[in-house]
Design a protein around this ligand. Structure first.
Ligand code: F6P
Length: 360
């Protein structure tokens, strides 16, 4: 009997998904023999699992995809909080996912995704399915792993964006703010801000005081530097907003007509310092294109490790990298938790020692 391994990619795409799929498939072919294993591709994440959008994949489909961005399986956001809610369509999503698993005669299910994906993976594991998660996200915010695949490619792209802002900022004596994705975590902004030589780095984990941000800009000006570069996390907020709950913050922003933190910061800096401030938003460019060499390596290591877990029939786990070792954590231990930047992180103090301001 052929072992049947289901695989899906869920949530936002990122570089390294295909490299991971390839790693899993090739390692499974090595472990079990190509004729003893069937990879079942599930389209568009959990949506495909709910709607039985599955197909047996040919081994040739896993060749030539190491360098390809996005996901050959397609992906979709399927919020965890709605998984157990039966909507107007009357679809019991959890039941459907379990039915698909059985109809497809899967021995296990591999889920490549971020925090939301892992919560649903844990839900399915608790329902008795054999699930293995693989940590994907440019946000690097999955608990229990030092790094996620996609992160380092995004750091490279964000760093390049910040690099390229320097020339215009210096030529026009401007302040340029680069808004960087990362959801509620500041990892991507912290890494690319340091690598790109940003003068000010604003991340959600360190709420900023706009007056301190402006003081830093003025201090640079007074010392003869005619421009400043800010790396701003999309989730950044100020010390006043820090006192509010997430929903209250969103409500207040909507009332004030604030579209993004970065656009507000730019307007405030311009008004308080009199220096022209502009915003650049690389957005989804950070998730696009081919994975970096680092991410190809990491994705491959993660994929191979997942195949080892299948061989050992160790399920209910998610692959991780901890202190240089590829390992795995129990899904139950990491699902629902987020890895944030510790304001005391060595990288934060490294940046502060260079004179970078965090607005605190
Ligand atoms: O989780 C990855 C991520 O790119 C976040 O950094 C960002 O907040 C979010 O996804 C954007 O999601 P979408 O592409 O669905 O708008």
């Amino acid at each position: 009997m052929k072992r049947r391994i289901g695989i899906l990619t869920s949530g936002g795409d990122c570089p390294g998904l295909n490299a991971t799929i390839r790693g899993v498939a090739k390692a499974c072919f090595e472990c079990f023999g190509q004729n003893n294993v069937q990879i079942v591709g599930i389209s568009n994440g959990y949506y495909g699992l709910i709607n039985n959008m599955c197909r047996d994949m040919a081994p040739s489909e896993f060749s030539g995809i190491l360098t390809r961005g996005g996901t050959i399986l397609g992906t979709k956001r399927q919020p965890f909080k709605m998984m157990t809610v039966i909507g107007e369509d009357n679809v019991d999503k959890v039941k459907n996912m379990k039915d698909t698993y059985r109809k497809q005669k899967l021995d296990c299910l591999l889920t490549l995704g971020g925090n939301g994906t892992h919560k649903t993976s844990q839900l399915l594991a608790s329902e008795g399915l054999n699930v293995i998660g693989l940590p994907k996200t440019i946000d690097n915010d999955i608990y229990g792993t030092d790094v996620t695949f996609g992160f380092h490619t995004a750091v490279d792209i964000a760093t390049d964006a910040i690099d390229r802002l320097h020339t215009t900022a210096a030529s026009h004596s401007r302040i340029l703010l680069c808004e960087i994705m990362g959801n509620k975590a500041g990892w991507l902004t912290l890494y690319s801000g340091i690598a790109g030589g940003a003068d000010i780095i604003l991340i959600p984990e360190i709420p900023y005081d706009i007056d301190i941000v402006c003081e830093s800009v003025m201090k640079r000006n007074e010392s003869g530097k005619n421009f400043s570069i800010l790396a701003v996390a999309e989730g950044a907020y100020d010390i006043e907003e820090a006192k509010l709950k997430k929903k209250e913050r969103a409500k207040l922003r909507a009332e004030k007509g604030i579209v993004t933190a970065t656009s507000r910061i730019a307007a405030q800096i311009q008004q308080k310092t009199g220096i022209e401030a502009r915003v650049c938003v690389p957005g989804h460019m950070l998730r696009g294109g081919s994975p970096s060499a680092y991410d190809r390596m990491l994705a491959t290591q993660f994929g191979v490790h997942a195949a080892k877990l299948i061989l050992q029939e160790k399920y209910g786990r998610t692959v991780a990298k901890v202190g240089g070792e590829i390992t795995s954590n129990k899904l139950a231990d990491i699902a629902g938790k987020t890895k944030f930047v510790d304001p005391k992180d060595q990288l934060v103090s490294t940046a502060k020692n260079l004179g970078v301001s965090f607005g605190d």
